[in-house]
Each structure stands twice: as structure tokens, then as C-alpha cells.
Design a protein around this ligand. Structure first.
Ligand SMILES: [Cu+2]
Length: 350
């Protein structure tokens, strides 16, 4: 696995100018802040088979309702349809090869078309595609219609690490780097342990999100295209420079879930994992405070209460009216000299 990734890394290093040099010096990732403002929460260790790859075929166990819906659709109707169609085509092919072989048919049939069969083999695939498209489009609609967000996180892909900003909680930012193995770190440097997660997936700073709350991820990139992907949430979205993409998650099960950058983004593409830890709201607030942020609701207590409005004042605020910007053509029209009305004069003279 590592050798394939390293091979890919060298190929991509050759494709991206300057990437080879950066890979050699390994100087891209900034260090995480050394000291936190308050003691951090106790992070949980991963559960085997949940949120981590375990060698199985197919999808990981889903921990969001939307992910479960997608997994049910994939493992149910889609796989059954695939299997039935594959077996049907295989049997038909084998039967045709045997029944119409040259040995049994010295005089070959001259049949060139059959209208009924042609109608059937056109209409049936169309019906199958429609049967797949309707639930697929419903699923996409559910993915792209997020409920109002409780927490917003801005995710930025960098060569080759992730940064996460919490604008709803004071705007603090954390930098997340992959943890190296014990044999790879210098003395005094933090190495991966099994409590952090599996090799190539464990990170020094996890994204922490509250359990059962709608979390909106605004995803972008600082350099090249990355992809923010967490299989247990059924989430994968590109991080494009200069563009904000959006996805959302509502995870009901506490735990830690791992993902990776899923877009070939340069020499160390294989070394920018993602770890999301789902914790109860109280722990989330404690974690936010430990990072120097403000738990939601705490900000309201800090801001002084507004002076009571006079009795005559309106109780509801009127929606501000949007002023239309003056049209650029307007000034152009007023300064443009008027065209002489030659045609009209001519008609008057004649
Ligand atoms: Cu990447």
C-alpha cells in the first residue's frame, strides 16, 4: 500500500512543478500550536470496524441517516439489479454460443431483425434506468437540501494538510497533520499511537463536532484541488481553490471517523488524512473553549443587553429594502449626443 502511494507521489511530483522539491524537504506542513488555552477533552480511541477501513468489500457502516439511506439503496436495489442483469446477460450469451454454434447450424439463419425483440431491448433498459434514476435524484436532492446548520466549519485543503476554522465559535482555526510512526519521528516529537487511529489515518488535530447536530462544512483549497471525504458519513466533496463547496453532516453516534484527501493533489497526497470526532454537546463546548473559541450561546452572555425600546417603537424590524444600483447605461444614455432626426425632416420636405 505504501509503496503504491509512494509511487503515485513520485509521479505526481513529476507532474507538479516544485512538488518534488517540497516533497524532499517535507516543509509544507506548519506545526500545530504548542500550548492550548485550557485542558483539552479526553479524545476517544477508534472502534474496530466503524469509521475505519477494515478490509471489507463494500461501504463502511454509515453513521448518518443520509449515509444509511445511500448504503441501503446501494446494497439493496442497485446490487440486486446489477447481479440479475449480469447473470441474465451471461446466460443469454452462453445459450446463444451453444444453440447457434456452427456445428449445429451448417446452414446459418438469415434473420437480420425482429421488431418485437428490438422494441423490448430498447424499452426494458430505459425502464431500468428510470427505476434507478428516480431514487438517485431523490437522494441527491436530500444531500443538497441541508437543514439549518447548528455549527459551521470552514475546511481548507493545503499541500499537504488540512486546516479547519470554526466561524460560529469565535473563528479559531486548527491545523491538522498526519501523525508519523514512532520510527519516523525525532526525539520529543509526537508519534502515532493506536488510540490516535490506524497508520496513515491518525492525525494530531481532529475535527470535533457535536453529536446529533447539523454541521455544515464549507470546503475550499489554498492551492490545488483536494477532496474532503469521510466514508462513514457518505461525504465526499472537492476542495477547489477560489471556490466554496458545501456539504453537511448530522452524526448521531459518538466516535471517531476517518477519511482522506480523495483527489490526487501532489507528492504527499496520500498523507493528508481527515479525522472527525463526534462528541456530546457539553464536550464539544469544552473542546471549543480549550482551543480558545467561544461556545455558541456564550457569546450572547458577553454582549451587553440592548437598551429597552420605547413603547411606541415597532416590535418587529422591517426588512431593509434593497436599493437598486444605478444602471451604467443610464449615464451613458444621458451624455450620448442625440442622433439628428434626418429621416423625419426628409419626409417632411417631400
Ligand atoms: Cu489533497
Amino acid at each position: 500500500m505504501i509503496s503504491i502511494r509512494q509511487g503515485l507521489a513520485f509521479v505526481s511530483a513529476a507532474m507538479v512543478p516544485g512538488a518534488a522539491l517540497a516533497a524532499a524537504t517535507n516543509a509544507a506542513a506548519p506545526a500545530a500550536p504548542a500550548a492550548a488555552a485550557a485542558p483539552a477533552i479526553q479524545h476517544v480511541a477508534p472502534t474496530a470496524g466503524i469509521g475505519v477501513p477494515d478490509g471489507r468489500l463494500g461501504m463502511q457502516d454509515q453513521v448518518t441517516a443520509l449515509g444509511q439511506r445511500a448504503a441501503d439503496f446501494h446494497n439493496g436495489p442497485l446490487l440486486i439489479m446489477c447481479a440479475v442483469i449480469s447473470i441474465f446477460v451471461l446466460v443469454l450469451l452462453a445459450y446463444t454460443m451453444f444453440r447457434f454454434r456452427r456445428g449445429a447450424n451448417p446452414t446459418p439463419s438469415k434473420t437480420s431483425h425482429n421488431t418485437l425483440i428490438e422494441v423490448i431491448w430498447t424499452v426494458v433498459p430505459v425502464l431500468i434506468l428510470v427505476a434507478i434514476a428516480i431514487p438517485s435524484i431523490r437522494l441527491i436532492r436530500a444531500q443538497y437540501s441541508p437543514p439549518p446548520a447548528d455549527v459551521t466549519i470552514k475546511v481548507t485543503g493545503n499541500q499537504w494538510y488540512w486546516t479547519y476554522q470554526y466561524p460560529d465559535n469565535g473563528g479559531f482555526e486548527i491545523v491538522s497533520n498526519m501523525l508519523k510512526e514512532q520510527s519516523e519521528v525525532k526525539a520529543g516529537e509526537r508519534a502515532r499511537t493506536d488510540a490516535d487511529g490506524p497508520p496513515l489515518l491518525a492525525v494530531d488535530e481532529r475535527i470535533v463536532i457535536p453529536q446529533g447536530k447539523v454541521v455544515k462544512f464549507i470546503v475550499t483549497s489554498a492551492d490545488v484541488i483536494h477532496s474532503f471525504a469521510i466514508p462513514a458519513f457518505y461525504t465526499k466533496i472537492d476542495a477547489n481553490p477560489g471556490r466554496l463547496n458545501e456539504t453537511w453532516v448530522k452524526a448521531d453516534r459518538p466516535g471517531v471517523y476517518f477519511g482522506q484527501c480523495s483527489e490526487l493533489c501532489g507528492a504527499r497526497h496520500g498523507y493528508m488524512p481527515i479525522a472527525v470526532e463526534v462528541v456530546p454537546q457539553a464536550q464539544f463546548d469544552a473542546w471549543v473553549a480549550s482551543k480558545g473559541g467561544t461556545p455558541k450561546g456564550a457569546a450572547a452572555a458577553v454582549v451587553p443587553a440592548a437598551a429597552p425600546a420605547p413603547a411606541s417603537a415597532r416590535t418587529t424590524r422591517r426588512k431593509p429594502r434593497l436599493r437598486r444600483a444605478p444602471s451604467p447605461w443610464r449615464s451613458l444614455r444621458s451624455t450620448r449626443p442625440r442622433r439628428p432626426r434626418i429621416n423625419q425632416r426628409k419626409t417632411r420636405q417631400t
